[in-house]
Ligand binder design. Structure first.
Ligand code: TEU
Length: 617
């Protein structure tokens, strides 16, 4: 048991303690090594509170201790052999259906459009497709608010079209995974509607309601101080039943009550229904949020500031999370051999091991987000991302995650701006940069997830006003910001981080010759990369060895096994850098180069964002 009297190094020896301290250190830009300093490591938590002079409250520490002590398990050592699996070898491609490809000419993407692009996806080496939600939905959050889990949204197509698509995917030897949004449903889902019209029905307990405490027509204060991820309180008041309902996301995305066994059984039934159809697995939306602390206590202000949303410590790693995941796994996934990747904001490496270790029977993979912004920044800051941070992040994870676990490698999705724009303001460099990033994604140890448009080096869209934006998160944030900022300032903040950058319709036939050339170059390059990865399992399962670990702007590593040895070198900057004496001399290995984003290798120098992949043996 960790207590106020425990030392920092004792806390760091627990999985949750380590994850939280690592996060704190990262945010404060302190090196992890600090724990090894006896002065720091031997300091008692009670002393830390005293030294903080009121910055760390006792409440903060109590919440922290509860989280640390609630996890009784420790991850198994990761020194075992990696167990092969199809999803470790696969290249995944995420489709955001509304903006991928328009098959019926109504200006919005649809299933027909996807069908028309399957041969293309196959040709660039995609093995598995992840579909963002295509279910019936009022589209308050572009389909992450589901009205009916067993129907396709009419603008995307029909269930017959879906079945045809699934067959067509399988006929090409590819797989399809669906988005499973089960932390919440739309308020238009029939369960929620029944909960409101008949509060005595069983569906009332499918959601998280709390009685209003006010008098007369005044509902009083919400049941706790939790904030929604999309601005404002996390509670809606429903006068018809005089109760508050919890929503961690938009006010139309109502959190489901996972405490209720009947709700769980219904969700599991639905999952099995899709698996019965033949889908190959699921990406599970904010799946780490499904279990909430008993009694829904108030969130700590400081943790709220640090993590970006107040209340999060009461549900990002909730008390029954492991139990629920195991139930889903054993009752739905295992009988169908289904694959799962959990989207898990806030989860760190050690808790990630406990959620995805192959000895744990919970999930296969998870998305960790710590690499998407450099320390001290949030998505809505206007700043230039330094790739040296990405390098250090990957070294840490690739060396620390262990062989029971497997990393999901992604740089973009539908919730983030385009990665080339984040890193490089000058579009002239985007083509080379896009190729280097794909090289990193496809040659590190893990499963690459490519987001639609990434294979063309797509950049952010130059929105001119808030009216051009569509995303509920951006619009809510803008409305919150204009209370304190001028409209121009508010727009600028939203512009940096808006999810709409990634949600613009893909332009399949760019009229601009520059765009068109970039599309071809990046795509052809990706095609070669995926081919190399398929032909050489060393690039999937081989050991990884990093060199030049502390050299700025140079990212180099070997992938090797008993049979093959590969060397990858990337320049992370937009200027020439020199190889050092210890680097492999390309003159001697130039004929081993399998891939690169410049026509030839140059001795001694790597040009802006140059990358090369060498097959040495
Ligand atoms: O995203 C969850 C989520 O936490 C993100 O909104 C996150 O806060 C942000 O993007 C960090 O960069 C998932 C879906 O991916 C998103 O599209 C949905 O809006 C959300 O859940 C609610 O379902």
């Amino acid at each position: 048991m960790i207590s106020f009297q425990s030392k920092i190094k004792e806390v760091y020896a627990t999985p949750i303690g380590k994850d939280i301290l690592d996060k704190l250190f990262l945010q404060m830009k302190l090196p992890e090594k600090l724990i090894d300093n006896p002065m720091i490591g031997n300091m008692k938590l009670s002393t830390v509170v005293k030294l903080s002079r009121g910055k760390l409250s006792e409440g903060f520490l109590r919440t922290f201790l509860n989280l640390v002590n609630a996890e009784k398990d420790v991850p198994a050592p990761g020194t075992c052999e990696v167990k092969p699996a199809w999803w470790k070898e696969a290249v995944f491609y995420q489709i955001y259906p509304r903006s991928f490809c328009d098959g019926n000419g109504d200006g919005m993407g649809d299933l027909e459009g996807v069908l028309s692009k399957l041969d293309y996806l196959k040709s660039i080496g995609v093995d598995a497709i992840w579909f963002s939600p295509i279910y019936d939905s009022p589209q308050d959050d572009n389909g992450y608010d589901i009205r009916d889990y067993r129907t396709i949204w009419e603008r995307f197509g029909t269930m017959e079209k879906f079945d045809e698509l699934l067959d067509a995917v399988h006929a090409r030897g590819m797989r399809l995974i669906m988005d499973l949004v089960i932390n919440h449903s739309s308020d238009e889902h029939e369960w929620f509607q029944k909960a409101l019209t008949d509060p005595k029905s069983k569906y009332h307990d499918y959601y998280i309601f709390r009685p209003a405490t006010g008098k007369g027509s005044d509902p009083g204060d919400p049941p706790n101080n939790w904030k929604s991820f999309f601005s404002g309180s996390a509670w809606n008041y429903y006068p018809e039943i005089n109760e508050w309902g919890l929503h961690l996301f938009s006010s139309k995305q109502m959190d489901l009550n996972w405490e209720n066994p009947e709700l769980r059984a219904d969700v599991i039934d639905m999952i099995r229904w899709w698996l019965e159809k033949g889908v190959d697995g699921f990406r599970m939306d904010v799946i780490n949020l499904i279990s909430k602390t008993d009694g829904l206590p108030d969130g700590d202000e400081m943790i709220g500031k640090m993590m970006g949303v107040r209340g999060i410590e009461h549900y990002f790693y909730g008390p029954r999370l492991h139990e629920y995941l195991r139930q889903i796994r054993s009752e739905a996934f295992d009988p169908y051999n289904a694959f799962s990747v959990g989207e898990m904001p806030g989860i760190g490496m050690e808790s990630g091991k406990l959620l995805t270790g192959d000895d744990r029977h919970e999930l296969d993979l998870f998305f960790n987000f710590d690499h998407l912004e450099t320390p001290g920044h949030t998505r809505f800051d206007d700043y230039v991302y330094d790739l040296n941070y990405l390098k250090q992040y990957y070294i840490r994870w690739q060396e620390g995650f262990g062989n029971h676990c497997w990393q999901a490698l992604f740089l973009e999705n539908h919730d983030n701006p385009r990665v080339v724009s984040k890193i490089e303001p000058n579009p002239a460099f985007h083509e080379k940069l896009a190729m280097t990033l794909l090289t990193i994604q496809l040659t590190l140890k893990g499963t690459p997830f490519i987001y639609q448009g990434q294979e063309m080096g797509t950049a952010n869209y130059p929105f001119r006003s808030i009216e051009e934006m569509d995303d509920v998160e951006s619009i809510n944030l803008y409305n919150e910001l204009i209370e304190k900022h001028t409209p121009a300032e508010a727009f600028r903040i939203v512009l940096s981080g808006t999810r709409d950058h990634a949600r613009r319709m893909i332009d399949w036939d760019p009229s601009d010759p520059g765009d068109s050339a970039r599309y071809d170059h990046v795509r052809n390059y990706l095609q070669k990369l995926t081919t190399a990865r398929k032909d050489h399992k060393t690039l999937v399962y081989g050991d990884i060895l990093f060199t030049n670990r502390t050299r700025k702007d140079l990212f180099t590593y070997f992938r090797s096994d008993a049979n093959e040895n590969w060397y990858i070198e990337c320049n992370l900057s937009n200027h020439d850098i020199r190889r050092s004496g210890t680097d492999l001399n390309p003159e001697s290995i130039a004929n081993c180069r399998v891939l690169g984003n410049y026509g030839n290798v140059r001795n001694g120098v790597l040009r802006a964002y140059e990358c090369n992949v060498y097959w040495l043996t």
